[in-house]
Ligand binder design. Structure first.
Ligand code: ITT
Length: 199
């Protein structure tokens, strides 16, 4: 089965590839293979809404079954921020270091017990179909955890160096992709959507 992954985020692309590595019946391309598709305005108010919008637009351009991931970090002491703004929280094209600095600054003075947070990931699957127009499925995965006081570790992307998943005492960036890809928000959502794809 051919699938397009509607993302330009190389961290997400490599996680999708690793998590689906044993599904040899799925051949995957990403937006890096379709550089002329215009940027999509992620203006919906939920992760699910944005993932559906990205998947529909990319499937129209490619006429191929498409998966889109919209994800982010919700910090309880920041009223759920950065949330759907996770990629742009420190401005358009902000680097991982800039995003992390902003969150750590806003959490200054917040004790360990109040630094609870979660990663949330919505994955939408859109299949263009001549009989039904379009088949749309959307699933969500959540990974609970805590925000550290400083950056720890080098692996991963985005907020990984400041997020310690529940049940561990190292960040995703210290634990490495093998462990992250077994327990993460993305791994959980991808497991659900893979069942639907293979069914
Ligand atoms: P696409 O829209 O092209 O998929 P994006 O990076 O803009 O790429 P999102 O709009 O879904 O993706 O924003 C998600 C942001 O949330 C991402 O840029 C990271 O900063 C953060 N994020 C999501 N999942 C993460 C993870 O597993 N580890 C660390 N940070 C993550």
């Amino acid at each position: 089965m051919k699938l397009v992954l509607a993302t330009q985020n190389s961290g997400k692309i490599s996680e999708f590839r690793q998590i689906l590595a044993d599904k040899s019946c799925i051949s995957m391309r990403s937006l890096l293979d379709y550089p002329t598709i215009p940027d999509i305005n992620e203006n919906r108010s939920t992760f699910a809404g944005n993932s559906i919008k990205k998947a529909i637009e990319v499937s129209k351009h490619t006429d191929t079954a498409t998966l889109a991931d919209d994800s982010g970090l919700e910090v309880d002491a920041l009223n759920g921020n950065p949330g759907i703004l996770s990629a742009r929280y420190a401005g358009k094209n902000a680097t991982s270091d800039q995003l992390i600095s902003k969150v750590l600054k806003e959490l200054e003075g917040t004790p360990d017990t109040k630094r609870t947070a979660r990663f949330r990931c919505a994955i939408a699957l859109v299949i263009p179909s001549c009989t039904d127009g379009m088949v749309i499925e959307v699933v969500e995965g959540i990974c609970e955890g805590k925000i550290t006081f400083q950056k720890q570790g080098e692996d991963g992307f985005g907020y990984d160096p400041i997020f310690v998943p529940l049940g561990y005492n190292q960040t995703f960036a210290e634990l490495g992709t093998e462990i992250k890809n077994k327990i993460s928000h993305r791994a959980k959502a991808l497991k659900l959507i893979t069942k639907i794809i293979l069914a």
